[in-house]
Ligand binder design. Structure first.
Ligand SMILES: Nc1nc2c(ncn2[C@@H]2O[C@H](COP(=O)(O)OP(=O)(O)OP(=O)(O)O)[C@@H](O)[C@H]2O)c(=O)[nH]1
Ligand SMILES: [Mg+2]
Length: 283
């Protein structure tokens, strides 16, 4: 196993009075996965803001950073952060690449019932996490941090990129399902109930895992929470031409699969890969 798991997840008890010295080993309710590829310069400010946002809420959470062997010093930074907060851990993948696969790997390393993902570059405001969580708590199956819900925006973005983004979203309309459509199906900032995805096998390649969840998962309700998608804090974008090609391939596959329910075989594969992930966590 290539993970460098340093500590078991911990539940912090006591809500606002939470004190790490009082932490007891226990399954967290929420697993927040942060996929990283050369994001060392962003990770410390991001973690500071995540902890400042979530700690006062009393949510029992863990943060799993899944890095694709960036070798940019992120392991030392996470080790330092984890030494004072055991809810933070790092998995380094050395033999696999890809955003969606990294997210799935992080989720498989946890047994939390609520799963979340956000980018490392501070384009997704961590301050919104309690609001997303509150919507799940109120009963939603999927909560999306949304640039296109009323009140959301892409401030500072060039018109051409905004236009491309809108066209890409328009192309998703045929694969999204009536009643559970999201205005921002390409968002990388969302929370979902594990129970809604654990019987389907999600694709490891590609960038847009939310779209596949919207198209195929057992979701009954979606809530969008608006936010301002700003510019990345430091480092370079990984949204390359390859990402665009993968996106079109995903759309084609979803168009083809539309209307089909997951086969028994697929359910079995998904269940066994999840079991493997959970066994790895326990080992
Ligand atoms: N583990 C892993 N993480 C990735 C990979 N590709 C991208 N990421 C991470 O996924 C998140 C989103 O990537 P970004 O480059 O910010 O993509 P974007 O937000 O669409 O593009 P910008 O707006 O230009 O930042 C970031 O945290 C990246 O570090 C990958 O192959 N593996
Ligand atoms: Mg980004």
């Amino acid at each position: 196993m290539d993970s460098r798991r340093k500590n078991a997840p911990f539940l912090v008890q006591g809500g606002e009075k939470a004190n790490l010295r009082e932490a007891v080993p226990c399954s967290p309710a929420l697993a927040l996965v942060i996929p990283t590829l050369r994001e060392a310069r962003n990770i410390r400010p991001l973690m500071g803001r995540v902890r400042a946002a979530l700690d006062p809420s009393g949510i029992a959470y863990e943060v799993i950073v899944v890095d694709d062997d960036s070798r940019d010093g992120i392991d030392e930074i996470i080790a330092d952060l984890a030494s004072e907060d055991p809810r933070i851990r790092l998995i380094v993948r050395t033999s696999e690449r890809g955003l969606a696969g990294a997210v799935l790997r992080g989720w498989a390393e946890s047994d939390a019932k609520l799963l979340a993902v956000m980018d490392a570059d501070l384009q997704h405001p961590p301050e919104l996490l309690p609001k997303l969580w509150a919507e799940l708590d109120r009963g939603a199956d999927l909560v999306v941090g949304s640039r296109y819900a009323n009140g959301g925006c892409m401030r500072g973005w060039k018109l051409v990129r905004q236009l491309i983004s809108r066209i890409a979203i328009w192309m998703t309309l045929p694969v999204q399902r009536t009643g559970i459509r999201a205005r921002d199906p390409m968002s990388g900032f969302f929370m979902v109930r594990r129970a809604c995805i654990d019987r389907i096998e999600l694709q490891k390649s590609g960038f847009k895992i939310l779209l596949e969840i919207l198209a195929r998962a057992e979701i009954r309700s979606v809530v969008e929470v608006p936010f301002n998608f700003g510019r990345r804090y430091a480092g370079a974008s990984k949204a390359t031409m390859r990402v665009a090609v993968d996106y079109v391939a995903l759309l084609v596959r979803l168009y083809r699969q539309k209307g089909r329910t997951p086969s028994e075989a697929e359910r079995e594969v998904a269940a066994s890969s999840l079991r493997r992930g959970q066994e790895a966590v326990g080992s």
